[in-house]
Design a protein around this ligand. Structure first.
Ligand code: FRU
Length: 313
């Protein structure tokens, strides 16, 4: 019996909605590779979890997540493997900028769309970037520090800075944005500025040493919450935590927000994980829906004791 004409029309519409050519074995499957620089920090674990959640909403996506364990060479090798496997798209959150630039370019030139997440490289010919505005976050932290120390033009005090991995763009921008604001204040003395590579134990050790030579520290500004908390723990061991205010960045519920709630950090600045938007964007590119803008900037917020409950489950 011939099919009613309406069904044939609907079937035709369905086929064209699914991307033109009828597929003999169901809809097209996309393989998307993700090279994650590390999973040491809980922020990265949350990043991967949210990315996996997003991929489960797309049965047509096969997501391959690799962890480069904080090693640039490992991450370069992972990228080269994705190129050899001819994956359909690549997501990468690079350990550092210089060492990953060439391979991002290689993948792009091999015809694979690359979406760079959170940390940038030194070349912008890739398909898209998704991440927070680290310069603005640094400025927000600077404004907060100035406020805590007496306000613009009157601020006085000693600020000790602990940097993230300085070969990565977020650390450079969090430093530059902060300095832009704080260096306008003649009453603020800036100390530290060493590379803590985003790691809690390194920051703990750096600040433990600093406390021995600095009789007064008013504020610790660390480029992420784990390092801010590492410094807090060192201060507590030295019996000096009550005299110091600690500022961090990330604001995830399990870390920064919990520490703000307990009064261990004075503030944290939200740095949303970019996995979900990165995946949607890559999939859009593969399905012929390029993003409106090549750089997607995720929002931030200042989280203190006053509003922390809004960020806790
Ligand atoms: C995790 C992390 C975060 C930080 C981000 C910067 O590895 O250090 O704490 O906000 O990377 O790229």
């Amino acid at each position: 019996m011939p099919y009613p004409r309406i069904l044939l029309v609907l079937a035709g519409l369905w086929v064209s909605a699914c991307g033109g050519e009828p597929q003999p074995s169901g809809p097209r499957r996309f393989v998307i590779g993700f090279s994650q620089c590390t999973v040491t920090e809980p922020w990265r674990v949350l990043f991967n979890e949210k990315l996996e959640q997003a991929s489960r909403r797309h049965p047509d996506v096969e997501l391959r997540i690799l962890n480069a364990s904080d090693r640039t060479e490992e991450q370069v090798a992972q990228m080269k493997a994705f190129i050899r496997q001819k994956v359909d798209a690549i997501l990468i959150s690079p350990k550092e900028a210089a060492g990953l630039t060439r391979v991002v370019r290689e993948a792009t030139e091999a015809g694979i769309p690359v979406v760079v997440l959170d940390r940038d490289v030194h070349w912008d010919g890739y398909a898209a970037f998704v991440g927070g505005d680290n310069l603005e976050i640094g400025r927000a932290a600077g404004r907060h520090a100035v406020k805590l120390l007496g306000g613009a033009g009157r601020a006085r005090g000693v600020v000790y800075e602990i940097c993230g991995g300085l070969a990565s763009t977020p650390a450079q921008q969090r430093r530059d944005g902060f300095h832009e604001i704080v260096e306008r204040e003649p009453g603020i003395v800036l100390k530290g500025g060493l590379d803590g590579d985003w790691k809690k134990d390194r920051a703990h050790n750096l600040f433990q040493d600093a406390l021995k030579t600095l009789p007064v520290v008013d504020i610790v500004y660390a480029h992420n919450d784990p390092m801010a908390h590492g410094a807090f723990l060192a201060a507590r061991t030295a019996g000096r935590e009550k005299a110091i205010r600690f500022l961090g960045i990330d604001g995830i519920p399990g870390e920064g927000c919990t520490w703000v709630k307990k009064g261990e950090l004075t503030a944290t600045f939200l740095y949303p994980t970019p996995g979900e938007q990165g995946l949607e964007l890559a999939l859009g590119l593969l399905q012929g829906r390029p993003p409106a803008a090549k750089r997607v900037s995720l929002p931030t917020a200042t989280i203190t004791a006053e509003n922390v409950d809004d960020y806790l489950p």
